[in-house]
Design a protein. Sequence first.
Length: 355
Amino acid sequence: MTRLLGIASRVGGVGVAALALAASTTEGDRSTGGRCPAGEQCANETPEGLAFEGAQVSWFIGNGVANTAVGGVQTIAIIDRVDNQPMTWPFTPKVTSSAHAAAVADSSSVSLSALSAGSGHLRITRVADGYLFDRLLVESRAIARMQARPSLTESWPGFGTDSWAAYADSTVDVAIALYDADGGWLVDDSMEIASSALVRRTTWDAAEIHPLPGTGSTVDLLVGAGDRNETVQVSVTDRLTQLTGGGNQQRGVNDRAEVCFAAYDGSIRVFGVPFNFVVTGPGVALAPFEQDHRSCLEVRATGLGTIVVTASAGNGLSATGTVEVTSTATRARPRGSWVARFDLGERALADDTGE
């Protein structure tokens, strides 16, 4: 594709109800743990197979290995299921479809290029003889649509809706979502983003922008992804009409709690709002570098009673959230424990213990 010129260096990617993960299929020839697919000769160094983790989108959690955008690239990490650590065996990546090309990215990851739309296996093989460590069914599709969405840094604990706006004269972390014609997620971790409001790149698919007041109701982002260059617009507002609080939580003494808030301009959710937080009761706010989400304040309970977190913003608007601290509080489930980190290869599917 024709790439954008004058872009700052890209930053590589590393991020409720039951989630349907938009991941490429991992079904294949494996039916029991470690069974070699028909027609393959398998290496014995990976008896439990491999797992694979692709580029993770910034606006949702746990997409595994999503389909790759035509004209784009995806770096896929390789994990040995014996110990769930990055694979240490030297390998050669191979593909079974002319739609793809693969190359070693580093000692435990592969770079998958999507040359055209299609599907096939990404095969991870032993260097000496080509025996199979494991394989993953991968697919590439054309980009049909790009959309700006608030990143999880902004929208946690929810996920940004289609109707939203960035707050003027503040910074907001904006992710660019790529979709195929069926609405499925796509990845190109060589995505480029340019804008007059750009502050910095934050991940492969996101950038922090600072819309200036009085410069209009939208900010244009020039995005290069896959084989397309498009202008993606972000709505901007300098008005707030309502703040809402995070309800009530229960914790034990010394537990942490994240109290989150939302700002609105009418029915439009506004992100990037600079909240002012005040904590009263038996709790203290964590240090700024320990705060993960812009619209939330994480506190630690220091004693029994009720922690009240008050958030204020705009022209005198405020909202509260509370944390009841008791000696018998039920701990919150750790973040991310209910979302798969990666897609399993065919040798790992049937014998996955989830450990």
